[in-house]
Ligand binder design. Structure first.
Ligand SMILES: [Zn+2]
Length: 63
């Protein structure tokens, strides 16, 4: 039982580390950090805003 708990803790720690390793950016519109997403895999360097909403808001100078 104890060994099982130890394994569980280890797996949880690994998952948390993996999540923390994802790159993140700060949205200049809502000033909230956002984390890398699969859909941005190829355009991550060009991604500036957390969402389509913030992107269009910045174009309309609403930010
Ligand atoms: Zn935003």
């Amino acid at each position: 039982m104890q060994l099982y708990m130890l394994k569980l803790v280890r797996i949880t720690a690994m998952r948390m580390r993996k999540k923390a390793n994802l790159p993140s950016k700060l949205c200049p519109c809502c000033l909230r950090p956002f984390v890398w997403r699969k859909k941005w895999e190829k355009v991550w360097n060009e991604v500036k805003y957390c969402s389509e909403r913030c992107r269009s808001a910045s174009k309309g100078r609403a930010c």
